[in-house]
Structures are given as structure tokens and as C-alpha cells.
Design a protein around this ligand. Structure first.
Ligand code: P6P
Length: 337
């Protein structure tokens, strides 16, 4: 590593010592999560050559068939984070209940939530997937941590991020003071700083949504997408492009990297469900990153980060990205009330 590159560890130490942005315990937690993501990246990259593709023959709490790599990624994150002394408990998309730190280890002040391998349905087709994580502070004076302690609005997050396993292994992180990007230097086996102060362009010509659900959306979303499709001759006065990878980390990474608006809205296929994506370990961490990069993240008329969770695996509608577009979507939802 040349002396001009800054490793994740060095950057985190500077955030702690120079800027006072984080305490040492949170720095060490983020380093543990990053270390786990490197191990997951290595497993994902091996893929079929290591016989770890395909179904694990089990289902998760969501009733979804687990891939072998889902289980591997989940186990790596649990093992890497339970002995460090920074956490009181963890919650995972792959676990029905919270994972309380075993009594044989010291317990810390943070709660860690994660989707260990988001987009894993894309594993067999070699499309970018990733790990999404969120960190909350455990309320003071709690001796027995329970799922209720995780039910905090997303604005309470002290850190959030994701790691993409694609052409590069990229860690995108916020500690509440902007968005920073690190790229895995596989020759050194360490994350190196590649971008600071990431900003999402306020306007965009690119939307990201699964168009096959068009007939199921609520009218405000149908109106917004229809106007995009009308292009320069329509009310928006400009042509739009569409992208849909079907892997949230890949789609949101594109929005952070070049602007755009990502939507997974409520639809009438399951009217009692707020949306497909999970609030605590998908919508909230991504919403914090997007807002920290100058974008907006709404669940219709409500800011995602203000939603008061009522259950560990609850879902939320998600519309996030370039502020002009998300503000227009919010306006259409308000007009429809
Ligand atoms: P659909 C992956 O399964 C996921 O949870 C997100 O990563 C992704 O954005 C979404 O679902 C894709 O859903 O309905 O288009 O397959």
C-alpha cells in the first residue's frame, strides 16, 4: 500500500482522534464488520468453485429459501461480532429472534442489525450482491436486551453502511458526518479510502423500479412513472432512462454514485404489507446514507428515518435518491391523501 493511500483503519482512527466523531468502541465495531465483509466477499468470489452455491435447504423468517451463501454470510457476521465486547445483541434478516451476546463474552453498548447477503437470489447469475448493516445505541440501564430495544427510528442510527460484492468489493459508510467509500485492495487484503463526501445530484434522468408491478402500484407512483415514460413531450419535459438490477445494494450504489431514484413502493399484491424491503436492516441504513449524501428517502409522505418500528422484521415502502424526484413523489402522495 503506497503512503498516499489511507486504509479504513487509519481513516477510522482519524474520525475518532482528530474529529471526535466516534468513540473507540464504535471504531472497533466498524472494523469488525468490515473484516467480516472481507470474509464474505472471499466466499462469494469463490462461488461455485467452492461448492457453496445453491439452496441451503432451509427457509428464513421471511419464508424465503435460504442460499448456502446466505447462511455462510450470516454465520460470519455473528461469529466476527459476538466476542469483541462492543455489542449487546445483533439482529439479522436470517434470524427470527435477536442474537444476544453470550455471557462468556463482554457486552457493549451497541446493537448491530444486518441483511447478511442482500440480493442473494442473484447469486447464480453473478450479479452484484451485498451486506447491509445498521448500528444503534442500546438505551442506558438495560440489563436484559430484548427485541424491543431494536425498535428505534432510523434517525437514531449511529452508523450505517453496505458492502457490495461485485466487480469491486466496496464499503460505503456513514458515521453521521457524510458518506465515505472504501474499496478492497485485494493485493493488500484491506479497504482503502477511494471517495469522501459523496453527494447525490439533486436532479436525475434515471429511475429504478420493477416495472412488472406497474398495475399493482398506488396511483401516485403510477402517475410519477407514467410521467417519466412520457419523456420530453410529457409534463417532465425530459426523457428518462430506467435501470433495475433487482439487488438493492447494486441499485442504491448506482443512485449514490451518479444520482437517480430507487423505488420499491407499496403494492396491492399484499395490501397489508407496507412494502417488500425491511425497515430496520435495509430501508433505514440506506435512507441514512442517502440523506447523508444530500438525497431524500421517503415511505410515501413519511420520512423513512422517522418511522417508529413496531416489529423486528417489519417492511417499509422505499423511495430514495435525488431530492428533486423524491420530493415530487412525496408531493404526489400528499395530493392523493
Ligand atoms: P424483485 C432482493 O431479493 C431484494 O430484497 C432487494 O435486494 C431488491 O431490491 C428486491 O428484493 C428485488 O425485488 O421483486 O424485483 O425481485
Amino acid at each position: 500500500m503506497s503512503d498516499t493511500t489511507i486504509s479504513l483503519s487509519r481513516w477510522l482512527i482519524e474520525q475518532e482522534r482528530t474529529h471526535g466523531h466516534i468513540p473507540g468502541s464504535l471504531r472497533l465495531l466498524i472494523e469488525q464488520v468490515a473484516r467480516a465483509c472481507k470474509r464474505i466477499s472471499h466466499a462469494v468470489n469463490k462461488g461455485a468453485s467452492a461448492g457453496i452455491m445453491g439452496s441451503a435447504g432451509s427457509e428464513n423468517i421471511q419464508g424465503e429459501v435460504q442460499k448456502k451463501l446466505d447462511v455462510i454470510a450470516n454465520d460470519v457476521l455473528l461469529e466476527a461480532n459476538e466476542w469483541g465486547g462492543h455489542l449487546a445483541a445483533m439482529a439479522s434478516e436470517e434470524l427470527e429472534r435477536i442474537h444476544v451476546i453470550p455471557h462468556r463474552y463482554p457486552r457493549g453498548e451497541y446493537l448491530l442489525m444486518f441483511d447478511p447477503l442482500d440480493g442473494s437470489s442473484n447469486i447464480e447469475v453473478n450479479v452484484t450482491i451485498g451486506t447491509i448493516f445498521s448500528v444503534l445505541h442500546l438505551a442506558d440501564g438495560v440489563s436484559e436486551v430484548g427485541p424491543e430495544h431494536f425498535l428505534q427510528p432510523g434517525r437514531q442510527q449511529v452508523a450505517a453502511g453496505y458492502c457490495t460484492y461485485g466487480p469491486q468489493t466496496t464499503l460505503v459508510l456513514t458515521l453521521g458526518h457524510g458518506v465515505t467509500v472504501f474499496t478492497l485492495d485485494s493485493s493488500q487484503g484491506s479497504f482503502v479510502l477511494t471517495q469522501e463526501g459523496l453527494r447525490i445530484p439533486e436532479s436525475t434522468r434515471e429511475f429504478s423500479i420493477n416495472m412488472s408491478n406497474l398495475r399493482h402500484w398506488a396511483p401516485p407512483v403510477q402517475r410519477y412513472i407514467d410521467e417519466c415514460l412520457q419523456g420530453k413531450d410529457g409534463p417532465r419535459g425530459k426523457d428518462f432512462n430506467m435501470r433495475w438490477v433487482g439487488s438493492m445494494v447494486a441499485d442504491v450504489h448506482r443512485v449514490l454514485a451518479r444520482g437517480g431514484v430507487f423505488l420499491y413502493p407499496w403494492d396491492r399484491r399484499e395490501p397489508d404489507r407496507a412494502g417488500k424491503l425491511r425497515l430496520l436492516y435495509e430501508a433505514n441504513p440506506m435512507a441514512l446514507l442517502v440523506e447523508q449524501a444530500g438525497g431524500m428517502a421517503m415511505a410515501g409522505t413519511e420520512r423513512i428515518l422517522d418511522i417508529q418500528p413496531t416489529s423486528l422484521h417489519q417492511r417499509a415502502a422505499v423511495m430514495l435518491g435525488s431530492s428533486e424526484e423524491v420530493a415530487l413523489l412525496q408531493k404526489y402522495h400528499q395530493e392523493a391523501q
